[in-house]
Design a binder for this molecule. Structure first.
Ligand code: GDP
Ligand code: MG
Length: 162
């Protein structure tokens, strides 16, 4: 059935989300995960990692000319990061909405950064900004075998069956 195919394709949209060292140290792991979970997105990969500086530089490669790049990479590699892959219809774009603007001073209340962070250098969470970066970041942080495909009983209530 075409509808099923469309639904499956939509469910397979995936994004890379990371709780940065400040979010971990501040005890915000569960708070952040719950916002994605309650929305109806599905967690398909998760691990706690301390990236080294070289890895952080790879992750933020597109920002290498920016003046804050070195400090940013030092910070990302300063402690545990919760690396995750979330799946769901529209998860890349909507994930960014849940996260809020890069500068928490400009993030709306109700967003993760708006509610839980104050300055741009400590904005607690990362999320892929588009389909290409999502693909690249997922493959940088995860082996394919670390991602789990499964169906959840909630899906028929989240997406409907017809
Ligand atoms: P994001 O996609 O919303 O995370 O924003 P960017 O990709 O533009 O930047 C990556 C990260 O670099 C941000 O989340 C911030 O932690 C940091 N960053 C961005 N702009 C600035 C800035 O002007 N100053 C500092 N100190 N950090 C910044
Ligand atoms: Mg970005």
């Amino acid at each position: 059935m075409l509808q099923d195919k469309e639904a499956n394709a939509a469910e397979l949209e995936r994004t890379f989300i990371a709780i940065k060292p400040d979010g971990v140290q501040r005890g915000l792991i569960a708070e952040i995960i719950s916002r994605f979970e309650r929305k109806g997105f599905k967690l398909v990969g998760i691990k706690l990692v301390v990236p080294n500086k070289e890895f952080a530089q790879k992750h933020y490669d597109d920002l290498k000319e920016r003046p804050f790049f070195n400090g940013l990479c030092d910070f990302l590699s300063s402690g545990p990061v919760v690396a995750m892959v979330w799946e769901g219809e529209g998860v890349i774009k909507y994930g960014r909405k849940l996260i809020g603007a890069t500068d928490p001073q400009k993030s709306e209340p109700g967003t993760i950064r708006g509610d839980l962070a104050v300055v741009v250098g400590r904005n607690i969470i990362h999320g892929s900004d588009g389909p290409e970066t999502a693909k690249d970041e997922i493959s940088l942080w995860f082996e394919p075998s670390e991602l789990v495909s499964y169906s959840s009983n909630a899906e028929k209530w989240i997406y409907g069956e017809n």
